[in-house]
Design a protein around this ligand. Structure first.
Ligand SMILES: [Zn+2]
Length: 354
């Protein structure tokens, strides 16, 4: 079968690999339909291996070269004999995290915090950028006919964003700042609107991305942090100049985090969602003085899929709006990775048609 495999920095190959042979009793063979390229995949390509395993993964045993793809929809081809969740022919959206189901965190429903966690398409033998993949039954979430393959492929990043919105305590009537207008920032704006926020502000330096955020149709104002004094402008727009209720940091930058902490009102909440690649200089004295809460988030709760599928069906979370392009697996580097890595680029989320 054909698969997109990551070998090393700037080395991704589309090549023939053995197809799945046998499936475990609680496993499925699926045929990926559409698969998103994620920021994590871009980091692997540009600077990896980072999360893809050089040595066999502690839980899954996976090692490089790694079939990429952890944001995907698929069709069920074969089910192990103990599988009851889904049937052959079902369309599913993949929750990509894999972990022991009986450790401290998994027993408490916090599977995403398992120290042995692996991820399909990053540290598992199979991924969404292959013609077939083996997954566990708990990774599959059945899609109703009203949810498209494309929407199904975007549920994973949509879960990251919704988890940040939950943790930032965005609710009916909230005012929200989002720093970083990439795919997670865009989805955070959509998820904030779904949660009932009445004023949604986004700060993003790339003008192409600002235009894409504007086109979502849910924002009040979009700032250019290189030119605008975001904190001042937000004060002017909030009652008695107190600042916003919640802020969601989606840029993974020191400046973004500090802007969020300055922009929230006293007793406001900041959720750190973007991944920082270096340490940041922050101002905890200001956090204390303002009595704010800073929540740091990792992935999502693995139980979020049915909730998001329901939101998509109900039309409150139009996650497909972030999709900016679709490419064939053969062109994945030239037409997928490279345009997405261009800092002034106009791509938001590119899906790979398998
Ligand atoms: Zn991802």
């Amino acid at each position: 079968m054909k698969a997109v495999r990551f070998y090393a920095k700037e080395d991704i190959r589309v090549e023939d690999v053995p197809a799945p042979q046998s499936v475990g009793p609680r496993q499925l063979v699926v045929k990926p339909l559409v698969c998103g390229i994620c920021g994590t995949d871009l980091h692997e390509y540009a600077a990896g291996p980072i999360v893809t395993p050089l040595h066999p993964h502690v839980f899954t045993g996976a090692t490089l070269p790694q079939i990429l793809g952890h944001e995907f929809s698929a069709e069920v081809i074969e089910t192990g004999k103990e599988v009851t969740r889904v049937r052959k022919g079902d369309r599913v959206s993949i929750q990509p995290l894999v972990m022991p189901l009986d450790d401290y965190f998994s027993r408490r429903g916090l599977n995403h915090l398992s120290p042995k966690m692996g991820c399909i398409g990053l540290s598992w033998q199979w991924g969404g950028m292959g013609e077939y993949a083996i997954i566990n039954d708990y990774n599959a979430n059945k899609l109703p006919d009203t949810v498209s393959n494309e929407q199904g492929a975007v549920i994973e990043p949509s879960a990251v964003a919704l988890y940040g919105v939950d943790r930032a305590k965005v609710g009916a009537g909230s005012t929200v700042l989002i720093t970083g207008g990439g795919p997670i920032g865009a989805l955070s704006a959509l998820a904030s609107a779904a949660a009932g926020a009445v004023k949604i502000y986004v700060s993003e330096p790339n003008p192409n991305r600002r235009a894409q955020i504007e086109a979502l149709g849910v924002t009040t104002q979009i700032f250019d942090p290189k030119k605008d004094n975001v904190v001042e402008l937000l004060r002017e727009q909030t009652e008695e100049g107190v600042g916003v209720d919640s802020a969601i940091e989606c840029s993974g930058s020191e400046a973004g985090l500090n802007t969020c902490c300055e922009a929230v009102r006293n007793r406001g909440t900041v959720a750190q969602v973007g991944l920082h690649v270096r340490k940041a200089l922050v101002d905890p004295a200001l956090w204390a003085l303002k009595d704010i809460t800073v929540e740091a988030t990792w992935c999502f709760e693995v139980t979020m899929w049915p909730r998001i599928i329901g939101m998509i069906e109900g039309g409150t979370y139009p996650v497909e709006k972030i999709v900016s392009g679709k490419v064939k697996a053969d062109n994945v580097v030239e037409k997928g990775f490279k345009p997405l890595l261009d800092p002034s680029g106009s791509q938001m989320k590119i899906l790979v048609q398998m």
